[in-house]
Ligand binder design. Structure first.
Ligand code: ADP
Ligand code: MG
Length: 479
């Protein structure tokens, strides 16, 4: 869709409305409702447009995923807008007096930690309202996405193990692995698999009580219970649960009573032979801020990770999605997208959706490679700018005059080991890859990467010339 030039009497508020409609078409209703709808316009000074975001996590998410796009559209509509700035405006500012200190710290945690989907909406809405009682609180489980089924899940080399584990758990009446712990980077299908398990079990036996919720929602429910001094009712809710799924437990990190509560809930359900399924962005051992006993409990069933996608899987997903949407997308276009958009499936689907929306809005204009490249120009440009681990290895090796092969070898000589550690450190800093993913690129395990990151952090403080090297490399890589 061609962006129109601004007319002078068009206020920024009107422009924002137009931008929102455009973004809604581009990103789809669900993503729009989760991430963009809660944004509100702030002040506009000296070419800087301030946009208010309710939580720090949302701010990070919006900056990573949408700020370039928002800025681009706005710049075209209104050349006076030089930059767009996202500011966090806390939701519970005015409710301070209502909560106990424990509650307040938990609430603070909730409002500043991430929820990557629609759960966010219902959770926050209730945090701000204060007339409800715990008894008429919203249900424990969150609605499942009807699209997230096993049938719609494309299986490839990178996710076949996690898929097989999920199927096994869904199909067996007897608890075989408990808990099933799924982990991967963002947008690789954890939530999809959890919902798929739930749909499957529901279909087999509608009487089974399945509860799916995010770790954040769990914390929120617990805070409510504390607030209404009704933790017994909170515990009661979990009594009759046959299958408990908690998504994104990394957000439970940090020492507080919620973790303890989760630990007890978890243990009592396991003891009673109920199935538990957990997801996170890291393996149990790598979870930050989670107590050791909980980590070991989380890892004592079956741990299955989903690896970053490969080309074949990306092709499969694109073709499947196009078919689902009933749209003809040429193979060349799918190949182009599968080659270019390698980060995760969410972004891949987003790109495809954008191309389709574009063709449909322009009265069913045919989808071609040229048109795809044109529509995704901005996105691909910002994508190209992202640093990859390969690039980091190459640049660091060049800088220290060794080869990438040596960097990946088992040699431990300092002249090779140090650059290797620096490359691992930069990979952790500059990419969104997890420790195991980085490790694989160096033929090492995640603990080696973790050690390297710590080591370089220490060295930067002690060794000025090393700090300068790291800094110079970072600048080259980010350019
Ligand atoms: P995560 O929970 O790991 O961040 P999601 O489960 O939310 O990722 O997946 C992101 C998007 O990608 C969803 O729309 C999901 O349906 C889709 N997706 C992920 N893996 C697959 C797959 N193997 N086949 C089809 N769609 C997938
Ligand atoms: Mg998820």
């Amino acid at each position: 869709m061609a962006e129109q030039a601004i007319t002078n009497n068009n206020s920024v508020q009107d422009q924002w409305g137009q931008i929102c409609s455009q973004l809604k078409t581009e990103v789809g209703e669900t993503a729009f409702d989760s991430w963009l709808k809660p944004l509100t316009l702030g002040s506009f000074n000296d070419g800087v447009m301030n946009i208010c975001v309710p939580t720090r996590f949302m701010r990070n998410w919006v900056i990573t995923h949408y700020s370039d796009r928002i800025h681009k559209i706005w710049e075209k509509k209104n050349p006076e807008i030089k930059s767009v700035n996202f500011v966090v405006q806390a939701v519970n500012d005015d409710g301070k007096g209502l909560y106990s200190p424990t509650c307040r710290s938990l609430l603070k945690k909730i409002t500043s930690t991430p929820t990557p989907n629609h759960i966010y909406q219902s959770g926050m809405a209730s945090v701000t309202g204060n007339v409800e009682t715990f008894a008429n609180a919203d249900p424990l489980s969150v609605p499942l996405n009807p699209q997230y089924t096993f049938d719609n899940f494309v299986v490839g080399k990178t996710n076949e193990f996690a898929y097989a584990a999920a199927r096994k758990v869904a199909e067996s009446r007897n608890v075989s692995f408990n808990p099933l712990f799924l982990y991967s980077g963002v947008g690789l299908g954890k939530t999809h698999l959890m919902h798929a398990i739930a749909w499957h079990i529901k279909q087999q036996d509608p009487t089974r009580n399945i509860v799916y919720l995010s770790a954040e929602k769990f914390m929120y429910k617990f805070v409510r219970a504390l607030r209404y001094k009704d933790t017994t009712a909170f515990k009661e809710q979990f009594r009759s649960v046959d299958v408990l799924m908690v998504d994104d437990v990394q957000f439970m990190g940090g020492k507080d009573t919620t973790q303890e509560e989760f630990f007890y809930t978890f243990n009592s359900l396991i003891e009673e032979g109920r199935q538990i399924i957990i997801s996170a962005d890291k393996s149990p051992a790598d979870l930050d801020g989670i107590e050791a006993r909980l980590k070991s409990r989380l890892g004592c069933g079956l741990v299955a990770d989903i690896h970053p996608t490969d080309f074949d899987l990306r092709m499969g997903i694109l073709q499947n999605k196009a078919k689902q949407l009933g749209v003809e997308v040429p193979t060349k276009v799918c190949e182009f997208l599968a080659q270019k958009i390698t980060s995760n499936i969410r972004e891949l689907e987003g790109a495809l959706r954008r191309v389709i929306a574009h063709s449909q809005l322009l009265s069913d204009k045919e989808i071609t490679l040229d048109m795809t490249q044109d529509v995704l120009k901005d996105m691909l440009r910002s994508y190209d700018r992202r640093t990859t681990i390969d690039e980091i290895q190459k640049k660091v090796a060049e800088h220290f005059n060794i080869s990438v092969k040596e960097m990946q070898s088992s040699r431990r000589a300092r002249t090779v080991a140090r650059p290797r550690q620096i490359a691992m450190y930069l990979a952790k800093q500059l990419t969104s890859r997890s420790l195991p993913e980085i490790g694989r690129k160096f033929d090492r395990d995640h603990t080696t990467v973790m050690h390297a990151v710590r080591k370089v952090e220490e060295l930067i403080l002690e060794d000025k010339s090393l700090a300068e090297d790291v800094d110079a490399l970072r600048r080259v890589l980010e350019a």
